[in-house]
Design a protein around this ligand. Structure first.
Ligand code: FEO
Length: 396
């Protein structure tokens, strides 16, 4: 169960191959995940984080196979969310007086979730450190809003390991454990999906935090996040990627997202996709039905895009619920520096395109004036409107 990370540091987490969704059902898990906990055995023995609540008894039993729990001198709780703290209740039954190092906000979240149990909290701030023997120490670094107010990272000197918690993670199960052994396509696909769907709302905070970390002048031999592969080979590659992603990221891609009742709006979506390819052959084009496709996967494609075209027919003086829910999620993710267009069919009142434009603007997109509104089934007259919409959409 224990897997060596470096020197006297081991992975003692949970490889969650069966996980299908995360944050309730709000995040799709397509390639498993892991909750990474770490055991440091220097002169002092330190446990960094635990695993999700359903696995708490297995976690404690497995840990007992590795070590006498009474030898644990301290626990670091980098973040209070239950996928990392959920085993504390079972663990603290065994070692109730063991100090738990965490931020002040983490005390609030841990007591909020598990009640006041008299745990021995030691609150820390950025720059605080503790000696763990053999000339090594742990330095704490608050990561407020990355992605909770209680989040922090812990840096271990000597071995130069950053236990980054959620930052730099991926929902990706790999028994190979390290980035250099993982499937590179899946690793990056899951890393960018994680960034898009969990961290992008805090991209501006992240940008500043990355600068702050750089200014510390620390060396990182390993970046050990709390989910997915551990960055061992060129660990700064993911830091560089985060700097790119946090900076209003876009590729030469346009994503068309629609919902449809009787295929009219679907027809417009595909015609728009064809026209994008026609006007800009090198631009990557992706098309999704928001009511059917995985919303987190769509969002990842939107994140990579420089523009989106969004379509819905008019229904009950509004838009279809599949696209309405999707637009709410789109707003939460706070994408920046992207253009957007709206299109849709109608039979009677025809408000959908106006509503789509309002919602896209509200979500922070630069919405173009050009639109395609098709009365009943789209025909040649409607298709004639598409080139102008696409031309405006592709402008930088
Ligand atoms: Fe992986 Fe914010 O918990």
């Amino acid at each position: 169960m224990r897997r060596q990370v470096k020197g006297n540091v081991s992975w003692v987490g949970y490889m969650d191959w069966e996980l299908e969704t995360f944050h309730g059902d709000d995040y799709s898990i397509l390639n498993g995940s892991s909750q990474n906990a770490y055991l440091i055995e220097e002169e002092k023995t330190v446990l960094i984080d635990t695993v999700w609540t359903p696995h708490r008894f297995d976690f404690v039993e497995n840990l007992k196979q590795e070590i006498d729990l009474k030898k644990i001198d301290l626990i670091v709780a980098n973040h209070g969310e239950c996928d990392h703290s959920g085993s504390l209740t079972a663990l603290m039954e065994e070692i109730p007086d063991t100090p738990i190092y965490c931020t002040e906000n983490a005390v609030k979240s841990l007591e909020g979730q598990y009640g006041k149990r008299g745990w021995n909290f030691k609150t820390v701030k950025s720059g605080d450190s503790i000696e763990i023997g053999n000339g090594k120490k742990l330095i704490f670094l608050e990561m407020r809003m990355l992605h909770w107010p209680d989040s922090m990272a812990t840096y271990m000197t000597g071995d130069n390991i950053l236990f980054s918690n959620d930052a730099f993670g991926q929902h990706y199960a790999t028994d190979e454990l390290f980035n250099d052994k993982a499937d590179q396509c899946l690793l990056y696909k899951e890393a960018i999906k994680y960034f898009t769907n969990i961290l992008n709302p805090f991209a501006m905070v992240l940008k500043k935090k990355l600068e702050e970390i750089e200014a510390l002048g620390l060396t990182f031999d390993i970046i050990a996040p709390s989910h997915g592969a551990i960055w061992r080979e060129d660990p700064m590659q993911i830091v560089r990627k985060y700097a790119e992603w946090a900076d209003a990221y876009k590729e030469d891609q346009v994503t068309v997202v629609y919902d449809t009742m009787w295929e009219g709006t679907a027809k417009l979506a595909h015609r728009i996709a064809e026209e994008i390819k026609n006007q800009s052959p090198d631009t990557v084009v992706k098309v999704f039905n928001a009511a059917k496709a995985d919303k987190n996967e769509i969002m990842t494609e939107v994140f990579r895009s420089r523009a989106v075209a969004v379509g819905s027919p008019t229904v009950s003086n509004s838009i279809l619920s599949g696209i309405a829910g999707w637009l709410e999620f789109l707003k939460q993710l706070k994408f920046r520096n992207k253009r957007a267009a709206a299109f849709g069919c109608y039979g009677w009142s025809g408000e959908s395109v106006r509503i789509l434009k309002e919602r896209l603007k509200d979500a922070g997109f630069n919405v173009i004036e050009e639109e395609v509104r098709s009365l009943w089934n789209p025909g040649e007259e409607d298709f004639k409107e598409i080139p102008a919409l696409v031309k405006a959409l592709l402008e930088e």
